[in-house]
Design a protein around this ligand. Structure first.
Ligand code: NAD
Ligand code: UDP
Length: 320
């Protein structure tokens, strides 16, 4: 019998790729989303699929699912700094109340729950690269605190249900992941730079561009999450690509990739923007036999193809 899996945030970037993967593996997928940062377009291709069912619902409200449920992936949450600055209360609620609802559902259905945590739990890290045993350096009252603290609470309540109720839980700490279906205007650096290059605008580097990130292609991320779900490890696991680059060097890379002659302009660094970020993935390697396979050159070329094929209307649509 095919197993049933609920994926929250299914109309978003990662949720839609996870839906594709689990369908391919033979699962019946129930996608849930309230479209606050997601897009119908990301799941259009699944609408008539016999293994896919969609429920439009805000996970901060009580959740009812008919019948058996074996697995839950909780991926609903705004994920881009400008999204969670714009909708801070919803961000706090989906990480806290939403997670509580999903834990309750998992307990009632005896389902295994995997939650999407983030490298942001490490804040502006004082340990580099970041290992899972680092407790982090988060400004609780800063503008990014709404996301970071919601995710930290999410991890705590998940571990509490695991310890107190014996619930089967998994925690993935996701580092910057990219690929097709990211929202062009979500403000994250890859769609931002690609949109600017395609519109013939200068690339906006925040601060002096010396801050670093390490970008993971979506298929690698999905593979890591898939393996973690079926492992027997309840503690957090970093999944990301350790190949680190400064944002100014990355801007130059995008200019080369897009074959444009855009310039780089410098803007203020957002408050609490982490200065360096690189996952230590030793644990994922040991535990899951996982490591990323797609390098930035290949992943960025696929992603650029996706953005290049968006309509003029989408390219010039402004949200902010
Ligand atoms: P996304 O914005 O593309 O997707 C999030 C989805 O969640 C959207 O479709 C949105 O409409 C939905 N959602 C938000 N609040 C909801 C609610 N209350 N009820 C129902 N649906 C709701 O973002 P993404 O990049 O796909 O991120 C997915 C998850 O992965 C998030 O939990 C995010 O924190 C985590 N994550 C992502 C990254 C990354 O680099 N992409 C890094 C770290 C963590
Ligand atoms: N950034 C930038 N220009 C942009 C958007 C982002 O220089 O137009 C920087 C941002 O300040 C951060 C890095 O790129 O240092 C990654 O930002 P993103 O929002 O993608 O993710 P974060 O890792 O900060 O959550």
């Amino acid at each position: 019998m095919a197993k049933n899996i609920l994926i929250t945030g299914a109309a978003g970037f990662l949720g839609s790729h996870l839906s594709d993967r689990f369908i391919k593996e033979g699962f019946n997928v129930i996608g849930m989303d309230n479209f606050i940062t997601g897009d119908h377009k990301n799941i259009e291709h699944l609408q008539d699929h016999p293994q896919f069912k969609f429920i439009e619902h805000d996970v901060t409200e009580h959740i009812t699912i008919e019948g058996d449920l074996h697995y839950i992936l909780h991926f609903a949450s705004p994920a881009s700094p400008i999204d969670y600055l714009k909708i801070p209360i919803q961000t706090l609620k989906v990480g806290s109340l939403g997670t509580h609802n999903l834990l309750g559902l998992a307990k009632a259905k005896k389902a295994r729950l995997l939650i999407a945590s983030t490298s942001e739990v490490y804040g502006d890290p004082l340990v580099h690269p970041q290992t899972e045993d680092y407790y982090g350096n988060v400004n609780t009252i800063g503008p990014r605190g709404v996301y970071d603290e919601a995710k930290r609470f999410q991890e705590s309540i998940t571990m509490a249900y695991h310890r107190f109720h014996g619930l089967e839980t998994r925690i993935v700490r996701i580092f910057n992941t990219y690929g097709p279906r990211m929202r062009l205007n979500d403000g994250r650096v890859i769609p931002a730079f690609m949109g600017q290059a395609l519109r013939g605008e200068d690339l906006t580097v925040f601060g002096d561009g010396s801050q670093t990130r390490s970008f993971c292609y979506v298929d690698d991320q999905v593979e890591g999450i898939y393996r973690l779900l079926f492992s027997d490890y309840a503690y957090p696991v970093n999944i990301g690509n350790p190949h680190e680059i400064s944002i100014s060097d990355f801007a130059e890379e995008i200019i080369k990739l897009t074959n444009t002659d855009q310039k780089v302009i410098y803007k203020d660094l957002p408050v609490d923007d982490p200065m360096q970020r690189q996952p230590d993935i030793s644990l994922a390697k040991k535990l899951l036999g996982w490591e990323p396979k797609i390098d930035r050159k290949e992943g960025m070329a696929i992603t650029f193809d996706y953005f290049k094929n968006l309509s003029e209307e989408e390219l010039y649509k402004s949200e902010h």
